[in-house]
Design a protein around this ligand. Structure first.
Ligand SMILES: Cc1cc2nc3c(=O)[nH]c(=O)nc-3n(C[C@H](O)[C@H](O)[C@H](O)COP(=O)(O)OP(=O)(O)OC[C@H]3O[C@@H](n4cnc5c(N)ncnc54)[C@H](O)[C@@H]3O)c2cc1C
Length: 386
């Protein structure tokens, strides 16, 4: 029997890949998704998964994040209402978020002093903070599964793609277009104009008899009591910027993962204790994973520029000559969505909608998140001889 030809094959079934598959499939396209670990088997199955605003004086980055947040909360509520708990977040000042930063916003907030918090629950410690109502916590696994329920799923590890006569061949699977949504994993295609760096993290699910009225965030986050009766506490951050890591598996199976599980769990519990008394506390599950980031903190989206071939064709780009993005060379019918950082579930549906509209209707991708912006930046610093 001749195998099916998919319109789109998404590689990576995390929040980025599953959201992209969802929007493409909605437009009556035949979509398949592949992952070597299963659905949400990478960072996405590890996430807290908190959806919180980014307060502070307006800039390009927080404007983008907060726009994505509003879109995504609304999207998840419609998609699978049982998997989202929208009760808001109390943000307590910390080293990065001073009182001024938490007050200086376009986002609606209410100040809760310690008396008000004590009236809500006597379990709160002597803290005060800023309450943002548009914040939530979600169930990442059920969301990712729901997003791809109408797509074919294959559990496979992909190491190379064969392209012939306009079709990609991956073992028995054929596809007209490829979307790379690989998170921190070693990329199948070379993109020397940006490096994805992992930021490792650990988080826990706990059980407690304490009622937590809303999410609480200081340097770590504590969720409200979720629908499954657990509370999420997370997460730690561990950067390894000095080395270029190429992830080929998840952290729990990785031989180079530095394990200080006990210290990290103790750290999270210690930080949680500074905010609220959690009675009858029991840690029931530990999750480890790595967030994918690039230096600019923005995610990256769009057609994949072929760096070497574009520079060979237009070497004067290195001297600042302006060559329009339409004239660059690209890997045929191949797109990327990656570097969603610490806010993968906040950004993924919003980015996936932008990417699918770009692919289907050629709607432009905003410059800050485009592959081309990174290409030009790297090319103009490239001192190699043609
Ligand atoms: C500890 C921790 C806590 C977090 N908390 C939050 C939070 O509270 N809120 C929030 O919004 N975000 C949070 N995040 C971030 C969020 O998890 C990520 O931004 C998001 O999951 C990234 O999704 P992704 O699809 O890009 O990557 P991933 O979920 O990692 O998906 C990539 C997938 O691609 C697969 N893959 C890669 N290469 C191949 C290949 N060659 N063949 C087959 N399969 C392949 C991998 O197996 C993986 O499943 C947290 C992350 C961590 C680590």
């Amino acid at each position: 029997m001749a195998s099916k030809i998919y319109d789109f094959l998404v590689i990576g079934a995390g929040s980025a890949g599953c959201s992209t598959a969802f929007f493409l499939q909605k437009s009556a396209k035949k979509v398949a998704i592949i992952d070597r670990e299963g659905i949400a088997g990478g960072a996405s199955g590890v996430a807290g998964a908190f959806l919180s605003p980014l307060p502070g004086k307006k800039n390009n980055y927080n404007t983008f994040v907060n726009k994505a947040l509003n879109f995504s909360i609304d999207f998840y509520e419609k998609l699978i209402p049982d998997s989202i708990s929208k009760k808001g977040v109390l943000r307590v000042t910390n080293d990065n978020f001073s009182k001024e930063k938490l007050e200086n916003n376009d986002i609606e907030y209410e100040y809760f002093d310690s008396n008000k918090l004590q009236n809500i629950s006597t379990n709160f410690k002597e803290i005060d903070g800023y309450f943002y109502k548009d914040a939530a916590v979600i169930e990442p696994l059920s969301i990712c599964n729901k997003l791809v329920e109408k797509c074919d799923f294959y559990k496979m590890d992909i190491n190379e793609l064969v392209f012939k006569d306009g079709i990609y061949y991956i073992q028995d699977i054929k596809a007209k277009n490829i979307i790379l949504a690989q998170g921190v994993s070693k990329s199948i295609i070379k993109h020397p104009y940006f490096d994805i760096s992992p930021i490792f993290g650990l988080r826990i699910d706990v059980k407690t008899s304490t009622r937590i009225p809303f999410n609480i965030h200081k340097s770590i986050s504590i969720s409200t009591n979720k629908n499954d009766g657990t509370v999420a506490i997370g997460a730690t951050h561990e950067r390894h910027d000095s080395i270029q890591l190429e992830c080929i598996t998840t952290c729990d199976k990785c031989v180079s993962y530095v394990d200080h599980e006990k210290e990290q769990v103790d750290y999270l519990l210690e930080k949680a204790k500074e905010l609220i008394d959690l009675e009858d506390l029991k840690v029931i599950k530990i999750y480890k994973g790595a967030r994918a980031t690039i230096k600019s903190y923005f995610p990256v989206l769009g057609k994949i520029v072929d760096y070497n071939s574009s520079l060979k064709k237009y070497p004067s780009i290195k001297n600042g000559t302006k060559i329009s993005q339409e004239m660059l060379d690209y890997y045929p019918n191949m797109y990327i969505i990656n570097a969603l950082g610490s806010r993968g579930f906040v950004l993924a549906p919003y980015l996936a909608k932008i990417l699918s509209e770009h692919i289907l209707n050629e709607t432009p991708i905003p410059k800050d998140i485009s592959t081309q912006k990174l290409f030009y930046k790297k090319a103009r610093k490239d001192k190699s001889q043609p």
